[in-house]
Design a binder for this molecule. Structure first.
Ligand code: SAM
Length: 522
């Protein structure tokens, strides 16, 4: 019987090729071939090496399989100073969103296809295949259809080709214009898209993509255009098995993806969220029929797509059950929202190109300084003083925003109660707070501005409010002015007595209130 390769066979093969002057692609291929008898070892061990770059060892040492260069007497493959060795390349990894899918998750993802009509047959495409985890999981299920993989990363592709000799792999940018290469639309899409936050993207490439894809909004991460473009390639009625990063399902910038998934494609399965090592976001696994909207639940016991599309942020979250969107609709029956009566904006950015906050903020009052609080100050009950110098600030706002009675509302609100404070003075607020004040000439139901603000404070502090917001707009932490502006104001709320019951004012039963509250609680 052939001997199984040693635990460090892939690393030793990589080092040998690197020592002979081979580049990352050649060394990664050699690593893969050294463990080719076990395709999962190829994907996992050689796949990890493929994400490394070759550098000269700074000293003698022992190289661990996690590519840490440790003291020579510790366990690992011995290397000498100056020898070419694989080293971690976190910057490139981040720029490519190259977080490979763990074996168990890859198997569960393709497992979602089981039992679906067409889940096994026809060509399967992974347009960001990396070292081939998803294609290998699909091959294991033995459907027999052609396996097609694409990626921009040549070394990862070289590894995938060893794990999957039968697959058709090619180097291709998944964000490029569609080309003649897509002769036959795939029947099955397998995808764990690159999750690359806005700040980690190349600015020029990002600007070019926005020009080409004008539906991109806000600080979108790369998974948004990637998923939308990939879905558009699948044949009508084909199946898409997707690893979906949580921000794409909750953040305002993910709206174009959510709307398409619900309105143009047919989401049929969504799992609970789970952690994903490295990527810095949790993920859910989803299954959709491409270009085939449907009228059934979008996930087990979930609502229909039309009900989700009726919610403001078209949220996609497995906690939402059929019937929940109707609760939000009931709370909205009065038709009036906070934004009708109140002006809402974020506070000043109290620093600018000339320097940080320290230059403008002081603990002491003084000539030209105004009282100032940010979210942290509110929490600890402190007031500071701001030298209000618009030319030195990124976002100075109008001073009038801060004059007179107003509410100061924390922008990043962890689950639980919203932090909100009534300010009767002329305190300026930092950008970690939202400011809410009556609009000039707004009809406040016959009560004073101060009384109305007290009632709105009560409404915002009620646990039902974050629950309603998170049901409608997704379970995210940021509370933007437009989120606050859209909060429904129950009829008569501004002049109701202090013990007025918000649930009853919205026309909801105690059980319905409890259900809504559960969306906002930890
Ligand atoms: C989250 S990983 C998934 C890899 C593999 N499918 C898996 O599940 O293990 C994302 C992959 O997208 C690739 N990638 C990043 N930008 C790309 C682009 N513009 N076109 C194609 N692939 C890209 C990365 O190299 C990486 O392999």
């Amino acid at each position: 019987m052939p001997k199984a390769p040693s635990d460090d066979a892939a690393l030793r093969a990589y080092l040998a090729v690197a020592a002979a002057g081979g580049d990352e692609v050649a060394a990664s291929r050699a690593a893969a071939e050294a463990v080719a008898a076990d395709p999962w070892r190829v994907v996992e061990e050689a796949g990890a090496l493929a994400r490394a770059k070759i550098r000269r060892a700074p000293k003698d040492g022992a190289l661990s399989r996690a590519l840490r260069l440790r003291a020579p007497h510790l366990s690992g493959v011995k290397v000498s100073q100056g020898q070419p060795i694989p080293t971690l390349d976190p910057e490139r990894r981040k720029a490519l969103g190259a977080w490979d899918t763990p074996r168990s998750m890859a198997r569960r993802l393709v497992g979602l296809l089981a039992g679906q009509d067409g889940g096994l047959h026809g060509p399967s495409l992974d347009p960001a295949c990396g070292a081939g985890a998803l294609l290998l999981a699909q091959a294991e299920r033995g459907g027999g259809g052609p396996l097609i993989g694409e990626d921009v990363h040549a070394a990862a592709l070289a590894v995938a080709q060893v794990a999957l000799p039968q697959a058709q792999l090619r180097q291709r940018d998944g964000l490029a214009e569609p080309s003649a290469i897509d002769e036959e639309p795939p029947a099955i899409l397998l995808i764990n898209p690159p999750f690359v936050r806005a700040e980690a993207q190349d600015k020029a490439t990002r600007a070019a993509l926005v020009r080409r894809l004008p539906w991109l909004i806000g600080r979108w991460d790369l998974s948004i255009p990637f998923l939308i473009l990939a879905l558009s390639r699948v044949r009508r009625g084909g199946l898409a098995a997707m690893v979906l990063p949580s921000p794409a399902l909750a953040q305002p910038y993910g709206l174009p993806l959510r709307q398409r998934l619900l309105a143009e494609h047919g989401l049929i399965t969504l799992t609970d969220f789970e952690g994903f090592t490295g990527a810095g976001a949790s993920v859910a696994l989803g299954l959709a029929r491409a270009h085939a909207p449907h009228d059934g639940p979008c996930w087990a016991e979930g609502p229909k797509a039309t009900a989700l599309l009726g919610l403001h942020g078209a949220p996609i979250h497995p906690k939402i059950r059929a019937g929940d969107p109707e609760l939000a609709a009931r709370a909205r029956r009065s038709g009036q929202v906070l934004g009708d009566l109140f002006e809402i904006d974020t506070g000043v950015v109290a620093h600018g190109p000339g320097g940080g906050k320290a230059a403008l903020l002081s603990d002491e009052p003084g000539q030209g300084r105004v009282p100032y609080v940010d979210a942290q100050d509110l929490k600890v009950g402190r007031v500071r003083y701001l030298w209000y110098a618009p030319e030195r600030m990124h976002r100075a706002k109008r001073p009038a925003l801060f004059l007179g009675p107003k509410l100061l509302i924390q922008r990043i609100t962890p689950p639980g109660q919203v932090l909100v404070s009534l300010d009767e003075g002329d305190t300026f607020a930092g950008h970690t707070l939202n400011v809410l004040r009556p609009r000039a000439g707004a009809c406040l139901d016959g009560v004073t501005a101060l009384e109305a603000l007290g009632r709105v404070q009560r409404l915002l502090r009620h646990p039902l409010t974050p629950g309603l917001l998170r049901l409608e707009r997704g379970p995210r932490l940021d509370l933007y002015p437009h989120d606050l502006a859209a909060i429904p104001l129950p009829p008569g709320w501004l002049r109701a007595s202090d013990d007025g019951d918000l649930g009853a004012a919205y026309g909801l039963s105690p059980a319905e209130v409890a259900r809504l509250v559960s969306f906002g609680s930890p």
